[in-house]
Every structure is written in structure tokens, then in C-alpha cells.
Write a protein that binds this ligand. Structure first.
Ligand code: UD1
Length: 420
């Protein structure tokens, strides 16, 4: 297994190019199951989760070619409708084939994703919504068996809770259903917006894009002609690099970003005292030696994203005073706390609230990556810590960060990958 070794305490400088968004790319790979043409996707991040999704499409019978961030996918040859456990257990987002497969073929079997490090994360809302669209669903031997032999029909769906992949699954299902589906309490994340825009460019009529109410007119199982597109920049990767600069008192510039998607993150950094220079697709952060403590409450977009909560917790260890971090979306997303404590962080936990007592001088240590974003918090802490940190189990990082060591090295960090 690979580990990452970081020699901390240095400053970063220069520019970093932000990759395409993993979380936008996954549903966009799912949407290829609704297409009848060669679909060209650009700016795909070269990370393990994307590779896993492409493997899943291949297992279903699709023809795929993926090289240097560009993919060409044709799913007309798909002749399997089963997403097997071996793939789904590696990546929960495999659930994103459920809506498209069911809408197109009238049946499918998708392994239940099960629990994961950051909490139970059920898919009950996806299933309830598909049932409202006429599907019969039962669980057998760990698989979701979904059937709709006459195709899915439009429905009015109100999500009890905002769910990102739930909204994406239903948007894709609705695109091939019969009639107009109305989704209330829909997720408004930029990744959902891009999915809707690509469907719209493929001829699907969608009203309310970017709002919490979507109306989608389905094609009644007619496959779509999907035009080529570029995946939007990864706002979470961008947030992580901004924190990397912030925690090391460095000035860096991020290229290929969408500042609109970073508003909540920029606002929080400004509250902590940072100066940022924002242009349409570039952002620069100035170095700051005395960070103000801050308060974070994670919420759905456009609120503060849960996917950068861990990175901001690492940053809070360097603030002058007590910061408060409240995690509202996932019940167990504080796995990084123990590991940060091993490096000297002073954090007290009270349910879903973490109080971070800064400023502490972190010391390099052996730490364990537990999930994707928790791992990036450890990278940030390691960059600011004195001495050497070894982060074990970095396969989590490889799932979502493209060329992490290369990008950090280019910024001047002392990082190398080893094998144990
Ligand atoms: C997506 C993102 C993930 C991000 C999360 C929240 C992808 C691939 N992943 O995950 O990085 O952290 O949004 O922004 O895009 N819930 C239910 N029942 C359901 C579905 C969700 O109870 O059927 C709950 C979840 O347990 C969680 C909350 O709803 O507490 C939000 O989860 P959801 O938005 O669905 O997260 P994901 O789509 O899995």
C-alpha cells in the first residue's frame, strides 16, 4: 500500500491548475447511458473514482476510450444491467447508474452501497422517488432489484432531505420517462446544474435549473444525442489548495477555477483575515501570519460545503483562538479529528460540533487516511507541521485528487510517495 511522506514547515509559491470536478464527472458518466451517439467528455480528472466508473460502464457493455482527461463513450452496445458488488463497494457513486439503467431498460440490479466511513449514507430517497415514478423495487441478497417494464412515468417528487446524487439519479431517470416530472427540494449544487445543462443541450426540456424545483420533460425512452462538453472545475480541490496556502502562510494562484462556485469558501477565508484576488477563472491568496478564528456550519449549496470541512479544521489549528465547526450533513464526518490530535491539534468534540483550540504547533507523525476529504486535511496539517509526516492508506486521496504530489511539488512542497 502506498503512503505519502511530507516534510512540513516550508512555504508554497507559484500556480496550480485545478482539475475537472470528480463529483460533476460521475453523474455525467452516468448520463452517457442515456445517449445514442459517441459522447466526447473533456477535462475529466484522472483519478481512481473516474476510472472505476468507466470500468463499470465497460462491464455493462459500453465502448469507452479515456486518455489524458478526454473520454469518448458510446453506450449503444450496453447489454448488461447489473452493477456488481465488487465495483459498488469501491465507490458509492456507482448508484448513479440506477436511474439511467432503469429508465432505459425497464429493469436493473445495483448492489446496495452499504455504510461508509462518514456515516450510514442510505439510498432510501433514491428508491422512494423511483417508486413514485412507477418502479417496483425490492432488495434481494444485497442488491436493489428495480423493475419498470412499461418504462418510468413522470411524477411529483418531494425529497424529504436534500440529496445530491439522489437528485442526479432522478433527473437522469426523468429525462427518459413519460411526461413531466417535478422535483421539489432538489439539490442545487453546481454538479447538479451541469448535469441539467448537458441534458438540456441534448434536447431535454428542463425548467428551474439551479433552483430547488426542477421540471423535466422526459423523452419516453427515446435515447438522446448528447453533445461534447467540458467538466466544470473541481471546487473542492480548489478549496483544498486555498487551505494549503493559508495553513503554510503562503501566497499562491489557482488557475482554471469557477469563482462563482467558491463563494462560501472565499467568504470564510476572508472572515479568517485572508486577502484574495478573484478573477473569473483565477484566484490568488495572500499569505497571512495571524489567522482569525472562525465558525463553520456545513450545509447544502450555496452554503459551506461539507467536503472542505476537514480541510478547514486543519486550518483552524493555526488560528489564534477557538474556532467552531458544526457538521450538519453527515453524522460521522470527524474521522480526521483523532489523526489531527496525533499531530498535536487541540480539538474537543461535542456531537456534531468540534471546537478547535488554536494556535497549536503541529508536529509530524504517522497518521492514517480514513476517507477522501479527511485525508486531505492530514496533508494540509502535514504541510504546516514541523518535521516529517507519513500518511498511510492514501488510496483514499487517489480516489479524488489528480496528481496530488506533482501539484504540491510544483508549489514547492517536499512530498514523496512510498510503498510499505
Ligand atoms: C454527494 C457528494 C459528496 C458530498 C455530499 C454532500 C458525490 C459523488 N458525492 O454525496 O462528496 O459530501 O453530496 O454534499 O457527488 N440521505 C438519506 N437518504 C438518501 C440519500 C441521502 O438519508 O437516500 C442523507 C445522507 O445520509 C446525508 C444527506 O442525506 O446525511 C446528504 O447526502 P447526499 O447529498 O445524498 O450525499 P451524496 O449524494 O451521497
Amino acid at each position: 500500500m502506498d503512503f505519502l511522506c511530507i516534510q512540513g514547515g516550508g512555504r508554497l509559491s507559484g500556480e496550480v491548475h485545478i482539475s475537472g470536478s470528480k463529483n460533476a464527472a460521475l453523474p455525467l458518466l452516468g448520463v452517457t447511458l442515456l445517449g445514442k451517439n459517441d459522447i466526447h467528455i473533456h477535462n475529466l480528472p484522472q483519478v481512481v473514482d473516474i476510472q472505476t466508473f468507466i470500468t463499470l460502464l465497460n462491464m455493462l457493455g459500453a465502448k469507452t476510450h479515456f486518455e489524458a482527461g478526454n473520454a469518448c463513450i458510446n453506450t449503444t452496445s450496453v447489454n448488461q444491467t447489473k452493477a456488481v458488488y465488487d465495483i459498488v463497494r469501491k465507490m458509492r457513486a456507482s448508484i448513479l447508474v440506477l436511474g439511467p439503467l432503469l429508465a432505459r431498460f425497464g429493469h436493473c440490479e445495483v448492489s446496495l452501497p452499504g455504510g461508509c466511513a462518514i456515516g450510514a449514507r442510505p439510498v432510501d430517497l433514491h428508491l422512494k422517488a423511483l417508486e413514485k415514478m412507477g418502479a417496483t423495487i425490492h432488495i434481494e441478497s444485497g442488491y436493489i432489484i428495480a423493475k419498470a417494464p412499461q418504462g418510468l412515468k413522470a411524477a411529483e417528487i418531494e425529497f424529504e432531505k436534500i440529496t445530491v446524487t439522489g437528485t442526479e439519479n432522478i433527473v437522469m431517470a426523468a429525462a427518459l420517462a413519460r411526461g413531466k416530472t417535478r422535483i421539489l427540494n432538489a439539490a442545487r449544487e453546481p454538479e447538479v446544474v451541469q448535469l441539467c445543462e448537458v441534458l438540456q443541450e441534448s434536447g431535454v426540456q428542463i425548467e428551474g435549473i439551479g433552483s430547488n424545483e426542477l421540471i423535466i420533460e422526459g423523452s419516453d425512452r427515446e435515447l438522446l444525442n448528447i453533445p461534447s462538453f467540458n467538466v466544470i472545475p473541481d471546487r473542492i480541490e480548489a478549496g483544498t489548495y486555498l487551505c494549503a496556502a493559508a495553513i503554510t502562510q503562503s501566497a499562491i494562484t489557482l488557475k482554471n477555477i469557477c469563482t462563482e462556485h467558491l463563494k462560501a469558501i472565499i467568504l470564510k477565508l476572508k472572515e479568517a483575515g485572508f486577502t484574495l484576488y478573484v478573477q473569473e477563472d483565477t484566484i490568488s491568496i495572500e499569505s497571512l501570519s495571524s489567522i482569525q478564528p472562525f465558525e463553520i456550519i456545513t450545509t447544502e449549496y450555496p452554503g459551506f460545503p461539507t467536503d472542505v470541512q476537514a480541510q478547514f479544521m486543519a486550518l483552524a489549528t493555526q488560528a489564534e483562538g477557538e474556532s467552531k465547526i458544526i457538521e450538519r450533513l453527515f453524522e460521522n464526518r470527524f474521522m480526521h479529528v483523532n489523526e489531527l490530535q496525533r499531530m498535536g491539534a487541540k480539538i474537543t468534540l461535542d456531537g456534531n460540533c468540534a471546537n478547535v483550540h488554536g494556535k497549536t504547533h503541529l508536529l509530524g507523525a504517522d497518521v492514517m487516511a480514513t476517507d477522501l476529504r479527511a485525508s486531505s486535511a492530514l496533508v494540509l496539517a502535514a504541510l504546516s507541521a514541523k518535521g516529517e509526516t507519513r500518511i498511510h492508506r492514501i488510496y483514499h486521496l487517489d480516489r479524488g485528487y489528480e496528481q496530488l504530489e506533482e501539484k504540491l511539488t510544483q508549489l514547492g512542497a517536499k512530498v514523496y510517495r512510498g510503498r510499505e
